[in-house]
Design a protein around this ligand. Structure first.
Ligand code: HEM
Length: 158
């Protein structure tokens, strides 16, 4: 079955696992009315899990979806305009989308900037990017790194 809302069967989940991914980032919703999705009748009150992982890894939408390519969002594209409608939904979509989206987008940059500005980072061993399974995307192997406070911070800490 073609996965529009990421509602695949066992075969689809198997294929996804072969691609190294899993069933991650599910946003649960309940249908308020009976509707049809790709010919399937969805009764009122059905729990629907939108599989954002599948949508974000759809090669029909994204070139080399498995590659980390921040350039995709270059030129002021934040990924949340209508050009990305239903193609990129880390914060969900529509009326029940995450109200903390803008705050989160600001905070991620600030937090990452602070971590880079305040510490020297050194990786421990090889970095394994394999994804685990879960409601949110997790790593199979934890990211291990050694961090040393930069001199200006050491003066503040000690
Ligand atoms: C990177 C950070 C964050 C991510 C990826 C994220 C993602 C999400 C997602 C996927 C949903 C479910 C949307 C849906 O059901 O379709 C959600 C809901 C929600 N988020 Fe966030 N979120 C983030 C940060 C925040 C922050 C900082 C706040 C508040 C300050 C927040 C408050 C909420 C609330 C209240 C809901 C429930 C909205 C509702 O059900 O109407 N989130 N978020």
């Amino acid at each position: 079955m073609k996965s529009v809302w990421g509602c695949g069967g066992e075969d689809e989940i198997g294929a996804r696992e072969e691609r190294g991914g899993g069933v991650s980032l599910l946003t649960p919703h309940i249908s308020s009315n009976e509707c049809r999705v790709e010919g399937f009748r969805v009764p009122r009150g059905t729990m629907l899990l939108v599989n954002a992982w599948e949508i974000h890894n759809n090669p029909e939408t994204w070139k080399d979806p498995e590659r980390f390519l921040p350039k995709r969002f270059e030129g002021g594209k934040t990924g949340f305009g209508f050009e990305f409608e239903f193609k990129f939904l880390p914060f969900g979509w529509g009326r029940r989308a995450c109200p903390g989206q803008r705050l989160a987008m600001e905070m991620v940059g600030v937090a990452l900037g602070c971590l880079i500005q305040c510490f020297e980072w050194e990786k421990i061993g090889e970095i394994d990017m394999k994804e685990g399974k879960g409601v949110v995307t997790s790593r199979v192997q934890p990211l291990r790194a050694k961090l040393v406070p930069r001199p200006f911070l050491a003066n503040l800490l000690y």
